[in-house]
Design a protein around this ligand. Structure first.
Ligand code: F0G
Length: 457
């Protein structure tokens, strides 16, 4: 069968609001050409993020009704803890209100000040927490991961040779921890192979470096391993996931992604001493150890979601649907990150709008055009998000100018996906008429969230 069907049916629906082009021109102007400033009700298809935006299943909603809100020792916590223990085989499970809270706690107690934290690519909140602790984040993505238009199976892999020479040059004592992001969100949602995970683990073990996973999208990564790494073709995704976690000393997790929860996260660890330190900080900032900033009903939703995400019919549909959208764009010669990632489509705005100089933010221009054309909200991952200024106040551009269209889990149907493709293709046809943007107001850090922009005159 060619048609991709959703392996679920719809029990409860939410309206989305249809607007006209004229209305959207005004809406984006009122939002200062920044999608973060658009009220969500004015968005037709919201692809700003796949985080916390999942549709929960009827089982998850039923689980919420049996959520127990006891301050200490809630049965919901034990159901959550058992599920995470079963998946990761790690004995110490610490709930947090979302992924970045797990990161904050881990890096605060790790004592990595002045040392390096190595990754394939640190996600921005992870990097911010690493840097806030006084440690230095070092991204060692494999060379193919940096080429948007060149397809390769595991573009999220860490560059093993670069890791070895970093250790030779700086000494293992100066590297506190290595954390692999699976899939690699900031690098196009590309997967990491099991072989790479094993190789990284072995180097870490040999050198006494802790090895962690940023496991937000672990199931999507494991499905790619099943599809692309021969040895795993006959393994279940659950077996693959368990093997993957078996190599790690610990993991951070945002349950807002592959656990289909609207809120939540956790830290899972093997080391009791580290766990005790983390729990102390947890109590200070998040809550008691059996709820950690979450309600009992959230813990139930996460426990159920972590099992549902391993269902292979779901993962097949999820990965196929994103690949389908990517391939439709490739067929029209639209520059897009290849191959398709696990949770999003990434347009290469530098090529898409090659007539717009980087100083005029081609990625943001494309985001604006997608909204005006079809009410689609995407996000720029380029020089608005990551650009810095030199001493002469000139822009130091980001490595790539991408636009991410992240697909919320189980929320939109294949006809929504077809519509998204049509809108992108239409914008591509009209691209020569698009003009640049300039910043009129910005904050010194994380400016993309609040920056105001205007069309160049
Ligand atoms: N790690 C990765 C790889 C992520 O993608 C995110 C969040 C986090 C950590 C932090 O988790 O939001 O629960 O605190 N990514 C979202 C996104 C925000 O849109 O990609 P959080």
């Amino acid at each position: 069968m060619k048609t991709i069907i959703e392996p679920f049916k719809i029990k409860s629906v939410e309206p989305i609001f249809i607007t006209t082009v004229e209305e959207r021109v005004q809406i984006i102007k009122d939002a200062f050409y920044n999608p973060f400033l658009i009220p969500a009700e004015k968005v037709l298809i919201d692809l700003l993020t796949d985080s916390g935006t999942s549709a929960m299943s009827s089982s998850q909603w039923a689980g919420m009704m049996i959520g127990d809100e006891s301050y200490a020792g809630s049965p919901s916590f034990f159901r959550f803890e058992n599920t995470v223990k079963d998946l990761t085989n790690m004995p110490f499970i610490i709930p947090t209100h979302q992924g970045r809270a797990a990161e904050k706690i881990l890096f605060s107690v790790l004592g990595a000040k002045g040392k390096m934290v190595v990754s394939n690519t640190l996600f921005d909140t992870t990097r911010a927490n690493v840097e806030a602790s006084g440690a230095i984040g070092v991204d060692l993505l494999c060379p193919e991961g940096k080429l948007p238009n060149v397809p390769s199976d595991f573009k999220g892999n860490l560059d093993i040779e670069a890791f070895k020479s970093l250790i030779d040059k700086n000494g293992a004592d100066n590297i506190a921890i290595c954390i692999l992001t699976v899939t690699n969100n900031s690098g196009g949602g590309q997967p990491v192979s099991m072989q790479n995970i094993i190789d990284v683990k072995n180097i870490c073990k040999l050198n006494g470096i802790s090895f962690f996973l940023d496991a937000c999208r672990f199931a999507e990564n494991c499905y790619f391993i099943k599809l692309r790494e021969k040895k795993y073709a006959d393994s279940s995704v659950e077996q693959i996931a368990k093997e993957m976690f078996s190599y790690a000393d610990g993991c951070t997790m945002s349950a807002k992604k592959d656990a289909f929860a609207n809120m939540g996260g956790f830290l899972a660890l093997h080391n009791e001493d580290l766990s005790n330190k983390c729990k102390n900080l947890l109590i200070l900032t998040e809550g008691f150890t059996t709820y950690g900033g979450l309600s009992g009903r959230d813990l139930e939703a996460i426990a159920i979601g972590l099992k549902e995400v391993l269902q292979e019919d779901y993962l097949k549909y999820r990965i196929n649907s994103i690949e389908y959208l990517t391939n439709k764009l490739i067929k029209e010669n639209i520059p897009v990150m290849q191959p398709a990632g696990g949770h999003a489509v990434y347009l290469d705005a530098k090529q898409f709008l090659s007539h717009i100089p980087i100083e005029q933010f081609p990625g943001q221009v494309l985001v604006t055009a997608l909204f005006i054309e079809g009410g689609i909200r995407a996000v720029e991952i380029g020089s608005l998000m990551f650009g810095k200024y030199d001493s002469m106040n000139q822009l130091i551009p980001a490595q790539m100018e991408l636009v991410r269209l992240a697909i919320p889990r189980r929320v939109y149907t294949q006809s929504h996906i077809d519509y998204v493709a049509e809108v992108i293709i239409e914008v591509y046809k009209k691209r020569d008429a698009l003009k640049g943007l300039v910043i009129t107001s910005e904050q010194p850090v994380l400016r993309h969230f609040t920056a105001k922009l205007a069309p160049v005159s």
